[in-house]
Structures are given as C-alpha cells and as structure tokens.
Design a protein around this ligand. Structure first.
Ligand code: ADP
Length: 398
C-alpha cells in the first residue's frame, strides 16, 4: 500500500508518499506560500532531485491538495489517486483525549477543533490540511497522528503545574509535551538498534533541532518531558527562550512597555540562540562558527544550551532512579558532534563516557560511548514520517 503523509501549516503543506512494502519514500514535496504572493510547489523524487515544480497562485489548502495530486501523477509515481491507500496527518495537539493515533471521523475533527486554544497556530492549519484532503480524496481513509500523544503516559506529578487545581480541570492547564512522534520513534528504534528490551530500561531522548525537547522514557513509556503547555517550556532553543521565571513576562511587559502577547512573541521568536548571540541567526552551525571564532555572546548561547541539557539529563536520571541509554536526535543531535561532546564530557559522574573519535560523524545510527561506559550513548536519526506512515497503515488495516 502507498501512504501519503501530510504536515499542513498555515501557509504550507509538506507531503511524502511512502511505499509501505519496503517503507521507501517515493516522493517528497512541499507547497509554500499558500494564499501569499509567490506560492509554489516543489516535489522531489526518490533520488532527491526536483521532479516537479509549479509556480502559480494557490489560494487555499484545497487547491494545494489538488496540485499535490497533479504533481504526484505528472511525475509518474502514481497513475491515479486510487493508488493512495490512506493519508496520515501530523496533528499538533490532541489534549488529553488522544493517547494514540486514530482514524479521522467527524468526532475526531471536532476534538482537534476543541484543542485550538492549546495549539492556536497549528491545530487550525492541521484541520485545513485534513479537510482539504477529504475534499480531494473523499473515499480515502485519513488518520491523525498527534505530537502530544506519546507523552500522555506521564504521571500527574510530572504533568501538573503548581497553579490552583481548578485551572487544570477547567482549562486544561498542564504539561502536554511535543515532538511525541519523534520521541516515540527514537525510544523504540534505539532499543531495536541496541537489541535490548524496553521493559526495565531507563532511556533519555534528546531531540535537539530548531525546537528542542528531552524526554524520560521508562519501560518504553514516557514519564516526563521538557516542553509544557506549549513548546516554549524547557531548553533554550533556536528562537525560543525555554524556561524562565514566569514573572519575567510581567516584568518585561511593565518595563519595556509591551503587552503579554508581545512578550510571548519575543520569547517564542526572538529569544534563544538568536536572542542571546544577537547576530541574526538561530542556526547552530552559525552559532558554532561564531563561538569558535571568539564571539562571546555566541559562546554564551552555546554554553547555556549545553548546561541546560546537562541539568535536564541529570534531573531525568534522578526522576527515573538512573539511566541506561541516552539517545541524541534531530538536526543538532544527529549532526552536531561538537554539541554531543560538549554535553557528554561532563557526564562521567553519571557513568556516561563517550569516545570522542567515535563521536565524530553526522547523521547515522551509532553508539558513541566507550565499551566501559555504564550508560550507552547513541545517535539515532529521527523519522517522524515513518512513524506516521506505520500508524496509518496499522489503523486502516484493522
Ligand atoms: P526542526 O526543529 O525545524 O525540525 P531540525 O531538526 O531540522 O529542526 O534542526 C535544525 C537545527 O539543526 C539547526 O540549528 C541546524 O543548524 C542544526 N544542524 C543541521 N546540521 C548541522 C550540523 N552539521 N552541525 C550542527 N548543527 C546542525
């Protein structure tokens, strides 16, 4: 069966077509600038070369979806739409209702809509993607895979905030966590890779990209994660501040004459590596180059990131009563040997010792700890798309 994976944003739609016989990616494309001047579609084939490119007005997600179908057919990867067995959608927020992926029904769509206040930027866009696919492929089953679902196994002591309980009950104020599909994939894959049983194992996943989060996984289940009610909590990220004293919001608002929304925008989009280094870049490669060249604020940004990751690893080890495996993933985790070394070189107290030579690579599955290290440290490239495709296949095959 061929499965289409869709990740819809407010003005974009990314897609992949996967052949589930061998899980190979047959085509990968994206529509950008939907309803904005300069809208276009670009699709690459299995060889990674651009196979189709359209530059034309794309007024909404339905037109984007129609164009996606046209591109898939014109490039010859499918002859007709009927070859697509099912569509798997990445959906940001499933609240407490979705602990796993599910087939999309009217009720599921209503629930995704209900959680718009928790995912105000993503859930409306995800819904547009779902409804556009329904309009273009009315008989093809659709599946929703939630970014929050994997973290639903956290116990209340990990997900509750210390605000009055009513705010949890009435408004859903709690930690949800994100990047769940990646944390789920990597926590499973690392056990396959190491040939170990997840049961009885304590694993820390470090998903480090533009957005970053750590999770603590015990017996294959998430017991804690660093992102919270929104993706702003936790680590310093590309443009996000990560955790701060909540009173910082009021303090900046009062002292810099901004309102709460402006401060939140500042903390989400202008902070983190970008805001600390102050050189107009949030890209870790630039931060590394600047820091190595003697740029003090870039070096500070990098030090802050390493330090925060170390503190979180320590706290998750404490929370789980130890750690057996630490896995690095996502853009920086997979491709940044400097970061892995910088973080792990101070973790020998934990029984984690890395081999600096073995660590010197990018983008592949590997163990980077020494044979005598008590904690196995690995790099596992994430693959959220394959997780979405597998969930979709499983649900539509039932
Ligand atoms: P997103 O959260 O948008 O999915 P990614 O997982 O693609 O982000 O990660 C993007 C980050 O990965 C950027 O900070 C980028 O600099 C970093 N990255 C990519 N390649 C390298 C590299 N070779 N060395 C260090 N960082 C890298």
């Amino acid at each position: 069966m061929k499965i289409l994976i869709v990740n819809a944003g407010s003005s974009s739609l990314k897609y992949q077509l996967v052949d589930m016989n061998d899980e190979s990616v047959i085509a990968k494309g994206q529509v950008e600038r939907i309803n904005i001047e300069g809208s276009n579609l670009k699709q690459k084939g299995a060889d990674g070369k651009v196979a189709v490119e359209y530059k034309e007005p794309i007024k909404d997600h339905v037109v984007a979806c129609q164009l996606m179908m046209k591109a898939l057919m014109e490039s010859g990867v499918i002859k007709s739409m009927d070859e697509i067995g099912a569509v798997g959608h990445r959906v940001l927020h499933g609240g407490e209702e979705f602990t796993a992926s599910c087939v999309i029904t009217e009720e599921v769509k209503a629930a995704i809509r209900k959680y718009i206040p928790l995912g105000p930027l993503h859930n409306p866009a995800n819904l547009m993607g779902i409804e556009a696919c329904e309009a273009v492929m009315p008989t093809t089953p659709q599946v929703a895979v939630f970014d929050t679902a994997f973290h639903q196994t956290m116990p209340p002591k990990a997900f509750m905030y210390g605000v009055p309980y009513e705010f949890y009950k009435e408004h859903g104020v709690r930690r949800y966590g994100f990047h769940g599909t990646s944390h789920r994939y990597v926590s499973k894959r690392v056990c396959e890779f190491l040939n170990i049983d997840p049961v009885g194992k304590k694993i820390i996943i470090c998903h480090l990209g533009n957005g970053s989060s750590l999770s603590a996984v015990k017996d294959g289940k998430c017991v804690d994660t660093s992102m919270g009610l929104t993706p702003l909590e936790g680590l310093l990220m590309g443009t996000r501040s990560g955790s701060c004293d909540p009173a910082v919001v009021q303090f900046i608002a009062n002292n810099a004459h901004m309102d709460v929304n402006q401060v939140l925008d500042l903390m989400n989009k202008k902070s983190g590596l970008l805001g600390i280094a102050g050189e107009g870049t949030s890209d870790m490669r630039d931060i590394d180059a600047l820091a190595d060249g003697g740029h003090e604020r870039a070096a500070l940004a990098r030090d802050m990131l390493y330090y925060q990751i170390q503190k979180l690893i320590g706290s998750y080890a404490a929370a789980m009563g130890g750690v057996d495996v630490i896995a690095f993933t996502a853009g920086i985790g997979e491709n940044g040997p400097e970061l892995r070394e910088g973080v792990m070189k101070n973790m020998e107290w934990l029984g984690a010792k890395i081999d600096v030579e073995k660590n010197n690579f990018k983008g592949k599955e590997a163990v980077i700890s020494t044979p005598d290290s008590k904690v196995t440290v690995c790099v596992i490239p994430t693959n959220e798309e394959i997780m979405i495709a597998r969930d979709t296949l499983e649900l539509v095959s039932k």
